[in-house]
Every structure is written in structure tokens, then in C-alpha cells.
Design a protein around this ligand. Structure first.
Ligand SMILES: [Fe+2]
Ligand SMILES: [Fe+2]
Length: 259
């Protein structure tokens, strides 16, 4: 088994929480499990941006934007350490099995602009936009200022990751139009699978049950039912209309992904 060991960098942060002695053993375990899960997810999301760099490069995206994506790799790695520091402050260890890493698709069946658009849609416009909604809700809810601050720092980066995709979408779509009049329609077909994958991935991390206790919720164990509702709301009222405004058949794609 390969392990993700962030104990060293997490402890170096010296992150402290105020007295957590009111947290019972099972609530503490749930809170540690939540932040360990976040640690792993944040850490492995770095590889997605690493894969995006050569893909955007091949699509002729300019230097400053490539440098921004390169910066996002470090931001995700740092989010992993921040979550690991919370684990340690809760009395756990920033050490977890590393899951099997899915390959980031290269979309060799598409030209460079269309291939880059597919991953930009999936990573920034879908996943990162959902992350912004979920983390915003978490940051507003937690009454522990130290945790709210961690979430706000992560959130600021996720907002940048999502905005980056939405900003680049227009110019890349215009280039795709010049290459292929059916390009947007084909991306609509791609979005069916991308939405399905997004939903499966997000719901796998949001169990359909309320937080075990108010005390666990204070420390970040979220109400899975509320988070699931927020996920569907974000797709239906933010992502689908946003993509439709760019001339992509996103409503049909979302509905087909549910079939
Ligand atoms: Fe992140
Ligand atoms: Fe991110």
C-alpha cells in the first residue's frame, strides 16, 4: 500500500485549535476522518492541474495562464497540508492510504483546443465550482474561528481555480468554432459523461445522513443531506446556466446524465 504521509509538513504549520476536550471519542474520530479525507482529496487534486499544463500548452494558451495553472498545483498540495494540520490539531495523524489515482484523460480523439476544453470544463467549471459552493457553506457554518480561517484560505484558491476555467472558456470556444462548427455540440456530448462522473464523485464523498452530532458538526463533519442538496442546486442554478450562456447544450447534457 502506498501511503500519503503529510505528518512532517502538517506539524511544521504549528496549527492549533482551542480546547477540543468537549469532543467525544466517536465525534473526534468522525472529525479526524473528515479532515483526513479532505487532506487526501486536496493532495491528489494537484495532479489534475499538473496534467492540464501540457494540455493547455498544446492548445496555445499564453504564458501567464500556464503559470497560473502551475501555481494551482502548489495550491492544492498546500491545501492537503492545511487539512493534515487540522487532523493533527484534532489529535489524529496526517497519514492515510493513498487511493489508486485515475489517469487524467488526454482526449487523444480530439484536437488540442477541444481536448483542453474538455478538461477545463470538467476540472474548473464543474469540480472547482462545486468545491466553491460546498466550502463557502462550510466556512459560513463552522463556529470555530480557526477552522473558518483554514476554510477561507482554501476557498480563496478554489474561487481562483473555478474563475480561471470560466474566463478561458469563451476565448477557447471561439477558437473551436473557427476549427469546427459542430464543436460546441460535441462538447455537449462530452458533458453528459462529465456530469455523471462529477455526480458519482461528489456523492461518494457526501454520505446521505445528517452530521452525527452538533459537536461533530462544529469541527467540520457536515450534514451530508444538506451538502447533497447544495451540490444539485449548484449544478442546476450555477453551472448549467453558466455553460448555456456560453452556447453549450448543458441542460440537455445534465438531464441525459441523470437518465
Ligand atoms: Fe483545493
Ligand atoms: Fe481547487
Amino acid at each position: 500500500m502506498t501511503a500519503l504521509d503529510l505528518r512532517g509538513p502538517a506539524r511544521e504549520r504549528g496549527f492549533m485549535l482551542p480546547d477540543t476536550s468537549a469532543l467525544g471519542a466517536s465525534d473526534r474520530e468522525a472529525a479526524i476522518g473528515t479532515w483526513l479525507g479532505r487532506m487526501v482529496n486536496e493532495h491528489i487534486s494537484a495532479r489534475v492541474f499538473a496534467a492540464l499544463v501540457p494540455q493547455l500548452m498544446a492548445a496555445g494558451v499564453e504564458h501567464d495562464d500556464l503559470a497560473r495553472v502551475a501555481g494551482m498545483i502548489g495550491e492544492e498540495l498546500s491545501h492537503g497540508v492545511m487539512c493534515g494540520a487540522v487532523v493533527e490539531a484534532l489529535g489524529g495523524e496526517a497519514f492515510a492510504p493513498l487511493p489508486a489515482l485515475d489517469a487524467v484523460p488526454t482526449h487523444a480523439d480530439a484536437g488540442p483546443v477541444e481536448a483542453a476544453l474538455r478538461n477545463l470544463l470538467s476540472i474548473c467549471c464543474l469540480s472547482e465550482t462545486v468545491a466553491v459552493a460546498l466550502i463557502t457553506a462550510e466556512a459560513e457554518r463552522t463556529p470555530v474561528p480557526e477552522l473558518a480561517e483554514v476554510l477561507r484560505v482554501i476557498l480563496a484558491d478554489e474561487v481562483g481555480h473555478a474563475r480561471f476555467g470560466w474566463r478561458l472558456l469563451g476565448p477557447l470556444l471561439e477558437r473551436l468554432d473557427a476549427e469546427s462548427p459542430e464543436g460546441r455540440e460535441r462538447l455537449g456530448g462530452y458533458l453528459i459523461g462529465a456530469f455523471r462522473h462529477l455526480r458519482e464523485h461528489e456523492l461518494a464523498h457526501l454520505p446521505p445522513r445528517p452530521a452525527p452530532s452538533p459537536e461533530a458538526e462544529r469541527y467540520g463533519v457536515c450534514d451530508g443531506n444538506e451538502a447533497r442538496a447544495l451540490f444539485f442546486d449548484t449544478v442546476e442554478t450555477v453551472i448549467v446556466p453558466g455553460l448555456a450562456a456560453h452556447g453549450l447544450p448543458a441542460r440537455v447534457a445534465w438531464e441525459r446524465s441523470l437518465a
